[in-house]
Design a protein around this ligand. Structure first.
Ligand SMILES: *Cc1c(COP(=O)(O)O)cnc(C)c1O
Length: 434
């Protein structure tokens, strides 16, 4: 990796190295490209979720009210918008919304989309191979002892910074799969405890997530009855996330939020390995087209997806290659090397990305609690940091007809003590500013 060459070609790398927040404008946005995944595959995933709804209703009683549908609300956060305007000393002419994946059933994070979907697909594959299950059957039957015994002959392995482990671990254990999660240094104690309590084997490693993944992949290879959930390159995870777009399209209509050339929608997605934001963004573009604009948000210490896309080296470059430490208080975003598929698929679909200082997350976490009584984890507040810099670089999105959707990626399962610490950190930072 010749750093000087890279800087010459992509001058913004100098800012990344200096941990200065940047807005990266994707030069290939909107160009035509042949994509490896299609809209039809999103609808295939939609249908699979529907087949499994009777199972989910049985396995996860919290989904009874929605008949086995795992979805989050889209919330108009006008009081938060007012607080944002005070903090940024600027009025936001458009409207601010929160896509509250922090409230998604089962894992309380965006990982309920991809992680659970991949487990459903594996369970369906095993059931189709080993039993007389048909696609027209009531999949509620998969929650019976007969199937539980079958699934217990199989195992699932996943590596995770925390939330993916929760969603895959809880979903896989519900079927009876033997489940092992490989966790990186930044994974929280409460997440490990919660998984162990659910019968999941937790292996801990004092390493960065990017180093843990190959260990998990190797372990899975050794066992032919084992399914490895590959956060760095799984298309199943990706499609599970993409289904969000079909649901969001309906929510925009229900709430009478316009989406056309004169009423663009900008969607702010926090990026770790890049899988969940890319899956969602891919879905948004495939389902809603040219007037919805995805933006990624990353910590200044870990701009891995931005660096990969900017240099087009994608997973072949890590933030350590440009001298960054890859450390952040935003668990979930502490991933030094991006996914193998995210940057490639996003090349023409991503408007750009914005990097932020960790401290700003906490001020928004506490403002969101004070104004809307909504609790999110620090990573999930990343979108709030990106709106102002984005509008500066893209003035076409600063107008009154623009809808800004901050994708709140997680938080519901956080223990109260943890929430209070994050809240207090935000309050202290706000006090310093005044
Ligand atoms: C996983 C996660 C992200 C980022 O998703 P990636 O697929 O790693 O890019 C963002 N926020 C939260 C809360 C997460 O759990």
């Amino acid at each position: 990796m010749d750093k000087q060459m890279l800087i010459k070609q992509y001058p913004q790398i100098k800012d990344l190295m200096a941990k200065r927040p940047i807005v990266w404008r994707n030069p290939d946005y909107g160009k035509t490209a042949k994509l490896p995944l299609s809209q039809a595959q999103i609808f295939d995933a939609v249908a699979r979720w529907e087949r499994f709804a009777p199972y989910l209703e049985k396995a996860f009683p919290e989904t009874v009210a929605t008949h086995g549908v795992i979805e989050s609300p889209l919330v108009h956060i006008d009081r938060m918008q007012a607080a944002w305007e005070m903090l940024n000393r600027q009025s936001l002419m458009g409207q601010m919304y929160l896509k509250a994946d922090s409230e998604l059933p089962v894992s309380g994070s965006i990982k309920s989309r991809g992680g659970i979907y991949e487990v459903l697909k594996f369970a369906e594959t095993v059931a189709m191979e080993r039993t007389d299950l048909t696609y027209m059957d009531d999949y509620g039957i998969l929650a019976t002892p007969r199937y539980h015994n079958l699934f217990s002959q199989y195992s699932v392995i996943v590596a995770s910074t925390g939330n993916l482990a929760l969603s895959v671990g809880i979903a896989a254990a519900s079927f009876g799969f033997k489940t092992t999660v490989y966790m990186s240094h930044d994974a929280r104690e409460w997440k490990k405890a919660r998984l162990r309590a659910g019968g999941v084997t937790v292996k801990e490693f004092a390493m960065d997530f990017s180093s843990v993944i190959p260990l998990a992949r190797e372990a899975a290879k050794a066992d032919p009855h084992c399914h490895f959930v590959d956060d760095e390159g799984s298309t199943d995870l990706f499609l599970g996330y993409a289904v969000a777009a079909v649901r969001l399209q309906a929510q925009l209509k229900q709430q009478e939020i316009k989406l056309d050339a004169d009423h663009p929608v900008v969607v702010y997605l926090p990026a770790g390995v890049g899988g969940s934001p890319s899956g969602v963004a891919f879905g948004l573009k495939m389902i809603m087209g040219a007037n919805i604009h995805p933006v990624f948000c990353e910590p200044v210490h870990v701009p891995s997806v931005t660096l990969g896309m900017m240099t087009k080296l994608n997973h072949r470059i890590s933030v350590q290659d440009i001298g960054l430490d890859g450390l952040t208080a935003a668990d979930g975003l502490a991933v030094s090397r991006p996914s193998r598929i995210a940057g490639k698929i996003m090349r023409t679909l991503l408007l750009g990305s914005v990097t932020f200082n960790d401290d700003d997350l906490f001020t928004y976490v506490s403002e969101l609690i004070d104004t809307q009584k909504l609790t999110v984890e620090p990573s999930a507040a990343a979108g709030f940091t990106a709106i102002k810099p984005l509008m500066t670089v893209f003035p076409q999105f600063a107008g009154p007809n623009v809808t800004h959707i901050v994708w709140a990626t997680g938080g519901e399962m956080m223990p109260t003590s943890e929430r209070q610490l994050d809240y207090q950190r935000g309050v202290d930072l706000l006090a310093e500013r005044l």
